[in-house]
Design a protein around this ligand. Sequence first.
Ligand code: E4P
Length: 218
Amino acid sequence: MKFFIDTANLNQIKEAQDLGILDGVTTNPSLMAKEGIKGDENIKKHYQTICEIVDGDVSAEVIATDFDGMIKEGETLAALHPQITIKVPVTKEGIKAIKYFSDKGFKTNCTLVFSIGQALLAAKAGATYVSPFIGRLDDISTDGVELIKHIVDMYNYYGFETQVLAASIRHTQHIIQCAEVGADVVTAPLSAITGLLNHPLTDLGLEKFLADYKKLNG
Ligand code: E4P
């Protein structure tokens, strides 16, 4: 399973990269706004900086909602760096744009996916990644992880190559649940990723090992 970090915060991206387990980054307009990145030129520069920090794919989302606008914007984003993946919403225009980009050999991430039907269209259009938003589904009392499982099963059944990228991850347990149902990728906040390390028995065990060492070695 690949690990992406879901942020535009450079310090957190560096920290995850330093851990040695990072496979990529996802951003969206809200995450860019959270970091105060505004203006097209600054946004482009920020994407380039992220690409210089990490080795893997970096999702950059289009703002345009019409086909021509998405193509123009997506091609500009992809030209910024070979690691850029063009992130496109799962609308009628978006599906057309994903098909266009995939025919041209650009990597795409089909975003704002909340149903198996949307995931089916994303795969048919040749998306590299499909991003079901599990936390936002949980927020409306719908099982987000269950959707991941259904999409993974459906893609396996038909042999689609689109990778299931579980997004809108809110906590560590979401990552574990996504691993259990076979998500290809999880994109998560740093705290959810580092949360995987936490276990009280590890802390207690380490404390005892160090204390025993100290008894004999001072
Ligand atoms: C990432 O690709 C998504 O845009 C992101 O995970 C959405 O997360 P949120 O539901 O916490 O905003």
